[in-house]
Ligand binder design. Sequence first.
Ligand code: PMP
Length: 364
Amino acid sequence: MSELDDLPLRDELRGQSPYGAPQLDVPVALNVNENPYPPSERVVAAIATAAASAARTLNRYPDRDATDLRADLARYLSADTGVTVTPEQVWAANGSNEVMLHLLQAFGGPGRTAVSFAPTYSMYPEYARDTHTGWVVGRRAEDFSIDLPHARSVIAEHRPSVVLLASPNNPTGTALPLEHVRELHDASAAVLVVDEAYAEFRRAGVPSAVTLLDSCPRLVVTRTMSKAFALAGGRLGYLAASPAVVDAARIVRLPYHLSAVTQAVARVALASAGELLARVDALRSERDRTVEWLRSRGYDAADSDANFVLFGRFPDRHAVWQGLLDRGVLIRETGPDGWLRVSIGTPEEMAAFRRALDDVTGRG
Ligand code: PMP
C-alpha cells in the first residue's frame, strides 16, 4: 500500500485533512446544527412507501433534471417567502454543499476569485480550493455584521466572480439586512450567493433574500433540507436564482447526481412540511432562551437567527469544550478565538448543556 505522500496528490492538498466535526457517540450531540427531532412514525412510513416505489425502478437512471422535486421545492419556497418562484429557477443537489460546489465549478475556476467575510462557514475555502478558484476572505465587523465599506473595498480590489455570504451566518447566527445584499450585488459583476441554510429559523420580521431575486439577476439564494426540515441524512440542498444560473449548474453537474431514492424521500418530506417544520417555533424559542440564559450567566452571546448560538469568551475555550465533552455534551469549537458554538437541542438536552457548563466553569 502506498502512503499518501507517494501519490501524485495535487500540491495544494498535501497536508490537508478531510473536513468535518468529530462524529463521537455522546449522550448530548449539539455540534453540527442538526434538528434534534427525528421524523414521526407517520413520516417514516411515508418515506418507506416512497422509497419502495422508487426501488421498483432502480434498474433505470433517475430523472436527471429532478423535475417533480424542483416543482415541489419551488412551491415550498414560494409559500415560505411570499414570492413566486418557478421550477425553472430552482436547482437541487446532494446537500447545499454540492449546490455551492456546482456554483464554484460554473462561476469560479483558475484565474478567478471567490470572496467571503470571516468568521463564516468553514467549507467555503474548500469549495474554492477544489475548483482551483482563488480565495480571499475579508472580515466581518465586531458584532459579526457585514462592514459595508470594507466589503466594498475588498470586492473592488479583488474583482471576484463569486461572493459567498451566509445569512443567517454560521457560526455567528447573524442575518444580513436586504439593503446590504442589494448593495453588494450591485457593487460588482460577481454572482452573489446568499447561503440561507438556516433561513427557517430567522426571527419574526427578518426577510429572505429570495424577495430580491426579481431585481438582482446575479443573486443566488441557497437553502437546505438538512436543518429545519430535519433531513440532514437525506442530503438535499437547493437554490433559487434566475433560470440562467440553473442552466449553468446543469452544465457542470454529474449526470444523474440525485438518486431516485433521494428525490423520492425529499418529495415526501416536502409533502410533510407542516409536520416536519412544526418544531421550528419550539427550537427558535429554545434558542432565544439559551441566549438569555448565557447572558444572565455573564457570557457574551451573539444574537442568533439560526438554530445555534455562539457564546464566549473563554481564555481557554478548548478546556471548556473538553470539560463539556467529559460530561457527555458535545458542542463545537469554532468561530473566533475564545468563542464556542452550541446547537439548539431538545429542552432536556439544553438543560444538560446548562448544567454541564455551570459545572465546568464554576458559574451559576
Ligand atoms: N451552509 C451553511 C452555512 C452550513 O452551516 C451548512 C451545514 N453545516 C451547509 C451550508 C451545508 O449543509 P448541507 O450540505 O447539509 O445542505
